[in-house]
Design a protein around this ligand. Sequence first.
Ligand code: NDP
Length: 488
Amino acid sequence: MASKIPEIIPNYIGGEFLPAKEGGKLDVVAPATGKIYAQLSNSSEADLALAIQAAESAQPAWADLKPEERAKYLFKIADLIDANIPEFANLESMDTGKAIRFVEDIEVPRAAANIRFYASAIIHFASESHAAGANVINFTRRDPLGVVACISPWNFPLHLLSWKIAPALAAGNVVIAKPSELSPLTAWRLSEICQEAGLPAGVLNILHGEGGGIGEALISHPRVKAISFTGGTATGRHIASVGAAKLKKVSLELGGKNPLIVFADANLEKAADAAIRAGFQNAGQICLCGSRLLIEQSIYDKFKALLLKRLETWNLGNPSERSTDQGAVISKAHREKILGYIDRAKADGAKILTGGKSYKPSADSQGFFVEPTLIEGLACENAINQEEVFGPVVSLQTFKTEPEALRIANSTKYGLSASIWTQDIGRASRMSKAIEAGIVWVNCWNVRDLRTPFGGVKESGMGREGGWESLRFFTEAKNICIQWEGQA
Ligand code: NDP
């Protein structure tokens, strides 16, 4: 049965739902209406102390469970998410302004899939052993780290939280998670589901509140052994420095300014479909979004026309309607930041092909909407082609040769993903090797396989998540060599 949203969204500590000890509260706003719908516990160090104590008490027994036993809890949690997809989707859509179709069909099922994946991966997570002579065995244990911090952003609140806590818990760690203060709802509902699944108290703790407050206290706490962070590059750099000072393990998934490169020989219809999804799904608030569209000059006008045609039927508006393609952006401040980038591009001489303004789905709407925007005419050094806007804004650039496409693609400080469109397998292979990115798609975009490594190079991150990489991150390798006396 669906849960009623509490007036004050509580923390989840030691299996209990608790308000912030010092009474701190924050307003939580629904981006599509601009209205406050609840308040959020704003945690302090007193709540962190409780969570550390609960987590440390739970850790030995949790780590001692067989992987299959830990997996049973995770499978149960995944099943309960699947059983409540419409409820999770409604909460996420209200909390973030996302189009409901996208959340219901893709995002929430993916969260369950992440958890199920790590429940089964831990059962197959083998460590090495070497017979090193008749009376010797040399083997490597993969032990959990202890208390780990999982910090996730607002753009995929449930999906990215599940992506971190599932491998951490599967590997035998205990978790203190800090969701974004802008999108706490599904993390709160997930904590209810964990309680319902019988997850032992203290194994997963969720502390709500401000990044600069409870987030900072969490990353700095001496008993937190590792930090898995997804968010902006500036925050990631700060977390890396705090982690370095205390020699914590740190994994950083950060921003992107990803190129989608269309060569003249590509299937242009499919490339245009992908470019629209890559640019405007989730209102462009995706770290992997194709915010730079690099188009071979000979097909530039034709491809531009294909994009504009698709945007004629792109539905911007009320996120709770299934026909909506694009809802609101996360906050008023974020909308102003996006519009600021568009104004700056205009001042720098850009031509706005479509969009470029804020939007009201109804005359009295107080929501935070930005039109899907296509921009052309700016050099690759311009801010709009270099900085992460994180909104529904795609900038078109042209190139004449493969080396030129590569130079433009590699011209930013980021290196998360790239999408290359060509029928020439030699070019696809050369480009995908030379492009500076952690993930390259050829003739597709955002096709994910949970077994594969995920992450970026340059200022897009440090380390990899996904597949075995997350299980390696959340464990410490210990090599043990045993010799014994006796006959061979
Ligand atoms: P932020 O870096 O602002 O915040 C991310 C998380 O960190 C939030 O929970 C935030 O809390 C918290 N936080 C902020 N300051 C601190 C601190 N000093 N110590 C500990 N925690 C802190 O990013 P956004 O939420 O704005 O997310 C958008 C960014 O995330 C974009 O740059 C995007 O590219 C990136 N991202 C990267 C992905 C990847 O896999 N590479 C995937 C998705 C997003 P609070 O919100 O409460 O301030």
